[in-house]
Design a protein around this ligand. Structure first.
Ligand code: GLU
Length: 372
């Protein structure tokens, strides 16, 4: 495998509608089966892969015999509802064939913006990846309240990549990268292989272009690239139309790579450090304070007091017994539940709360140590 996947443990692959659905609205089954073999190769080399796939509306449109041309919002939602079931089934069948389990995850952009829903979605994706399944994500178009735009899945895939702390977001569509102009109309348009930083000049190069079945165009891809690279995720734009696009890419097919501007870990920690609030304080004993200092999570047993009223997912400060603030993190429990489980072993939480919550009050991934 070539450089593109060096050091990449977790990646998000975004599939545009044009790859999966032909002009007549039929599923390109052969392509999907070959892509599933690509995915299996990645999974079998120990990589964790999330797929963000478009195609529901394009598929559902033919299922419901909707007319050509622009659909009204409710027609798009109906098409998405009819198409998503076919899309999910197609992935399941193709991946089962190569021995890979998959799971359907439908998200709205709102889910990635609301902290509590974000944490839930993140935990589910994390669990699926740990179980070696491939989450297949699409926007939950049927409940989208605003216009569904082609290209939203570019943005959604960036949000998913950030949520999953992925090292790489691979945008597969019908273009092999960014050009200095539109390569279809400008003969002298030159391909750009690597972009270290997104400048206004580069954004200007991305004249919006789309295809008949629906891709977000370069503008949407740059928005996605900007979001992801700021959060520590590198982005690759490549042509997915050939069979086995991932293998071809690893063999050196042309693409544009956008370098990550930080690491996913650092980006998440910065985000928590800057998070609004804090809404409360968790006081911890000396053993827990030492454990946090050593990079571990905060367990209920180490909590001696809980102050304030906060909800699950809110930012809280962590203080030691001497009253010094040592960390800030996102609480996995609301204040009342945190008070109930304080001082108890993790395995007692189910009995104390009546549900099985997380083992940690603050997971180390959601915690930043503050300088003394
Ligand atoms: N979510 C839409 C679908 O599955 C596609 C949106 C997009 O192509 O960006 O049909």
């Amino acid at each position: 495998m070539t450089a593109i996947l060096d050091g990449v443990g977790r990646l998000v692959v975004k599939i545009g509608s044009a790859l999966l659905v032909d002009e007549a609205g039929g599923l390109r089954r052969g392509w999907l089966e070959a892509f599933a073999r690509d995915l299996a190769e990645l999974v079998n080399t120990g990589r964790e892969v999330v797929v963000v796939s478009s195609g529901a509306i394009a598929l559902g449109r033919s299922t419901l015999a909707l007319p050509k041309g622009t659909l009204r919002l409710e027609e798009k939602q109906a098409a998405a509802a009819a198409g998503q079931i076919a899309l999910a089934h197609a992935y399941q069948a193709a991946l089962a064939e190569v021995g890979v389990a998959c799971a359907q995850v439908l998200l709205t952009l709102g889910d990635t913006e609301d902290r509590r829903r974000y944490l839930n979605a993140r935990a589910t994706v994390e669990t699926l990846l740990r179980l070696r399944a491939v989450p297949v994500v699409n926007e939950n178009d049927t409940v989208a309240t605003t216009e569904i735009r082609f290209g939203d899945n570019d943005r959604l895939s960036a949000r998913v990549a950030i949520m999953a702390s992925a090292d790489l977001l691979l945008l597969l569509s019908d273009v092999d990268g960014l050009y200095t102009g539109d390569p279809r109309s400008q003969k002298d348009a030159a391909h750009i292989a690597r972009i270290a930083e997104l400048t206004p000049e580069i954004e200007a190069m991305a004249a919006s272009r789309g295809s008949a079945v629906g891709t977000g165009g370069m503008v949407a891809k740059l928005v996605a690239a900007d979001l992801a690279t700021r959060s520590g995720c590198a982005v690759v734009i490549a042509d997915g139309r050939t069979e086995r696009p991932l293998r071809r890419l690893l063999e050196g097919a042309r693409h544009t790579v956008f370098a990550a501007r930080t690491s996913p870990r650092r980006a998440r920690k910065e985000w928590i450090a800057a998070a609004i609030g804090p809404m409360g304080v968790v006081v911890v004993d000396d053993g827990a304070a030492r454990a946090l200092g050593a990079g571990r999570s905060l367990l209920p047993a180490g909590v001696v007091a809980v102050e304030g009223a906060f909800a699950r997912g809110d930012a809280v400060l962590v203080r030691n017994r001497a009253g010094r603030t040592i960390a800030k993190g996102l609480s996995a429990y609301d204040a009342d539940d945190a008070r109930r489980i304080a001082g108890h072993q993790s395995d007692a939480t189910e009995q104390l709360l009546g549900f099985r919550g997380r083992d940690e009050v603050i997971h180390r991934d959601h915690l930043v140590l503050l300088e003394p």
